[in-house]
Each structure stands twice: as C-alpha cells, then as structure tokens.
Design a binder for this molecule. Structure first.
Ligand code: SAH
Length: 394
C-alpha cells in the first residue's frame, strides 16, 4: 500500500517551506495513493518537490498538520521524542517543583505535536485530541506519556471539535496507568487546587493563567476584588492568599463555583470574606453595587474562527466598556482574551475603543501573555493566543 501523496497548488507551498505546520484544503491541487483521514500523507509542491509529512484530516479547513518537513526524516519515533522533549522543556522552565506540579505538558504546535494537548496534574495527565490523526494514535501517545518520570496515569478526553466531526468518537477513558483519584488535587505556586478532570471544562483547569494569577494575586493585597469568569476560582484563591480584603467569584457555571469552596478548604483559607455569585458577567457588571478596587475579566474565547471575529470584538468591547464605566476611580481592570483569531493588536485596539466609548482616562500598567508551558513555535505565530492588559481607570 503506497502512502498517500498530496500535491499543492503553485504558490500555495510558501507557508510549508517556512515550516508552518498547517495546510488548508484550498492549497491542495491533487492527491494520489492512500489518502485517508487521520493517516500520514506526503506533501509535495506543484513542481513535485518533497515538502514533508503530516496527518491528513478529512473534515475542517486544515487538511494537513505537518509533523516533519523536507529537512528531517519522518518516522513514528519522532512523536515519542517530542513528548519527552516537551516534558524536559517544562522541567527546564522550573515548573515541576515541590510547590508546583501543575503544568501544560504538551501544547500542540508549540511542541510540534499539532492536534495534541496534555495537561499534567500531580502526575495524572489529561490528554485531549483535536485532530483525527492524534485521535487514532491516542494509545501510542498515552504509552509514550506514561514513560515520563512521575506519570501515574493518562486519561483521554476528546475536544468538542472532534466530537462534532465524528459521531463514533470513544467515550473519555483511562488509556494507561492507574485510575485517577475522584478528588484530584494539584499544586500551583504553593496553592492547592481541586481539579475537575472528569466533568470540568477542557482538561479540568486553565493552567495558562498561572503567571497572571500570581501577578494579580500580589496586586490584590487589601483590595476588594471581583473575579468574573472565575471558573474554579484560580484568581480568587491567589487574591485571598495574598490578603485581599474581599473576593467575589462570579461564573455562569454553578458546578465550577462549587469547586472553589473545596479548594478554599484544602488551603485552609477562610471563606468569610469570599462569596460565589452564579450570574451572567456582563449583566452583573452593568448593575454593579459594590465599589470593587479590582475587576478581573477572563472570558472564554469569544471567537473560535475568523468568521466570528467581528462579533467577538464587539463582545470584548461591550464587556470592557461595562467594567470601565462601573469601576471606581483609581480601580484596576485586568482584562484577557484567549481568542486566537483576535491578535494582540486587535485586542488592544478593542480596549482603546471601549475606553473611548466611556470617555474615561485609562492607563496600561502591564501587558500580559502566556507562560512557558504554552510555548510559541517561531514558525507558528498563531500559537500566541493569550493576551492580557492590566489597566488603571482614572
Ligand atoms: N479565569 C478562569 C478561567 C476562565 S474560563 C481561571 O483562572 O481558571 C471561562 C469561564 O467563563 C468558564 O468557567 C465559563 O463557565 C464562564 N462563562 C462563560 N460565559 C459566561 C458568562 N456569560 N458569564 C459568566 N461566566 C461565564
């Protein structure tokens, strides 16, 4: 059986020549051999120059996720090597310590494993496949992850994008190692968090905000903090630990809020100055009655595709304008966007537009982004997705 071959249209090979890992469906001129969903295909230029190998995907706009380029030989061992390297990168970044055992182990393109996400929680790894190629090789991936130091088990969940594409995607399951504890606890910068690996959103926790949680925690001392889109209370626990006067955690998900109480207990943090609020963030901010010193806005990705970008920008503007209108003079707003299609410039300009609309003076105190366990491949700028601004509203 011959491996599938794809030939690209002329001029549609520039991105691959520059080691960009995505090939869009409209770049493909013709195909031959066994081109099957989730399998490896060879990619050639219009002049039949070999460009590399990648996972072919039938559905969606990205048809191939490149795993090797013309200057390296493809074989399946590359995958295990990259998994090992990804782990070493986290160790080098000093993310595996007595007081920190929670990090993103594999960040897709950033670790040259496009389509694969894996998060490490105290030795228990939750893996998410976003492409059929990674989905089909999930057992090989889990076995390779299992070989890393300290890994106790690998559980596989599937990204919603994949479950929408394929009706017969397996149920989430343990692929290697021991059963996960029901009450899984991981430590982030010395703070213990209950990880809802089974029913929670994504892999169970939003690790990408670790550095920003630490920074905002330090700024929270003596302040009244409103943490909106708080999920399981990441920013809230840091704020309380650093001596915030009061913290209100707001989310539209009651199950997420319920976990905050368990984590407070784990850390023996008194909940007397903490309150959970189950509500819509924009609505609550519009009717704000407390004079918060700090408002954190960390919404889910408003845009998942380019088509949705315009509406997303309007959503960010509305949310931020509401917070800017309501916050007291001298108050801090920490605002984030995790939409990949809204880049740092567009996000910044959107926040400027929000400030203009409320006619208040706003200063940028810090520009924030994503931590070392969410590395950005130099040839894949799209990997940079988390943006944040700390603002002072006068
Ligand atoms: N800041 C969090 C992660 C936020 S994820 C952390 O540090 O862990 C985004 C959260 O927004 C999810 O928990 C989701 O339930 C919540 N959410 C989505 N839409 C919302 C809305 N309209 N109002 C309030 N919360 C919302």
């Amino acid at each position: 059986m011959s491996r599938g071959k794809l030939i690209l249209r002329s001029k549609k090979d520039q991105a691959v020549r520059r080691f960009h890992p995505w090939i869009f469906s409209n770049a493909i001129k013709s195909q031959s051999g066994e081109v099957n969903d989730g399998e490896i295909v060879e990619v050639y230029s219009n002049k039949e120059k070999f460009l590399g190998c990648g996972h072919y995907q039938q559905e969606g706009s990205i048809s191939v996720r490149m795993l090797s380029f013309f200057n390296e030989e493809w074989n399946e061992d590359i995958i295990a090597t990259r998994i090992k390297r990804a782990y070493q990168t986290r160790v080098k970044a000093n993310l595996l310590r007595d007081d920190n055992n929670c990090f993103r182990l594999i960040f897709a393109e950033g670790d040259r494993l496009p389509g694969l996400i894996a998060d490490y929680y105290a030795g228990y790894v939750v893996m998410q496949c976003h492409s059929s190629g990674m989905y089909y090789m999930r057992q090989t991936l889990a076995d390779a992850i299992m070989k890393l130091d300290g890994v106790k088990g690998v559980y596989c969940k599937f990204a919603s994008s994949l479950t929408k594409m394929y009706e017969d995607v397996d149920e989430p399951s343990l692929l290697a190692g021991e059963e996960f504890p029901e009450d899984l606890v991981a430590v982030e910068n010395g703070i213990q968090f209950m990880i809802d690996w089974k029913y929670g959103q994504k892999t169970g926790f939003f690790i990408d905000q670790r550095d920003n949680r630490k920074l905002l925690g330090e700024l929270s001392k003596g302040k009244k903090v409103l943490n909106t889109f708080c999920y399981t209370g990441g920013f809230s626990l840091y704020a309380l630990k650093h001596g915030a006067e009061l913290v209100h955690s707001l989310d539209s998900s009651q199950p997420a809020l319920d976990i905050i109480d368990k984590s407070l207990e784990l850390n023996m943090i008194s909940s007397s100055n903490h309150k959970n609020i189950c509500a819509d963030a924009v609505q609550y901010i519009k009717e704000l009655e407390v004079d918060y010193d700090m408002i954190i806005l960390d919404p889910p990705a408003f845009a998942k595709s380019r088509h949705a970008r315009h509406n997303a920008v309007q959503g960010y503007k509305r949310l931020n304008a509401a917070a800017m209108r309501q916050i007291k003079s001298g108050g801090i707003i920490a605002t984030f966007s995790c939409s990949q299609v809204v880049d740092a410039d567009l996000f910044y300009n959107t926040i400027v537009a929000a400030a203009l609309s409320v006619e208040r003076e706003v200063k940028v105190l810090s520009k924030l982004s994503q931590p070392a366990d969410h590395p950005i491949g130099m040839f894949h700028p799209e990997g940079s997705y988390l943006k944040g601004l700390i603002l002072e509203v006068i």
